[in-house]
Design a protein around this ligand. Structure first.
Ligand code: CA
Ligand code: CA
Length: 124
């Protein structure tokens, strides 16, 4: 079920006695508020991707957080990273479904190219 996140939108007042809070709904609890969340009912970790194992430079939410996981080629600095905020609240499975990606993306995780395409598509 969803949960509510408390976001502090104002600091202490001049008197220092009060803070301003606003409750923001995150119905699927993935850390992205509903207003910015493109995908409903997001499950973390990714329930079906990868079906085989995560490949080099392939991406999926393998851990229990909103940071996409990957393997980088040995000795190379990570070129970039993706978070659930970058993907507007979508996990790898939801992105693969939306972009109608091929079987390889489900087997080994999404390619960096597919991730970049999605991030551009959702405007992040
Ligand atoms: Ca959400
Ligand atoms: Ca979501």
């Amino acid at each position: 079920m969803g949960r509510m996140s408390t976001v502090i939108i104002g600091g202490p007042t001049w008197a220092g006695h009060a803070r301003v809070y606003r409750l923001v709904a995150d119905s699927d609890g993935d850390g992205v508020v509903d207003r910015e969340d493109v995908c409903a009912d997001t499950v973390i970790p990714d329930p079906t991707v990868p079906t085989r194992k995560l490949g080099t430079n392939r991406w999926a939410l393998v851990g229990h957080d909103g940071d996409f996981d990957t393997f980088h080629p040995k000795g190379k600095a990570p070129p970039r990273s993706f978070t659930i905020v970058d993907t507007a609240g979508c996990n790898a499975e939801q992105i693969a479904d939306a972009l109608r990606l091929g079987k390889g993306h489900y087997k080994y995780g999404l390619s960096t190219d597919a991730m970049n395409r999605w991030v551009r598509f959702v405007g992040n």
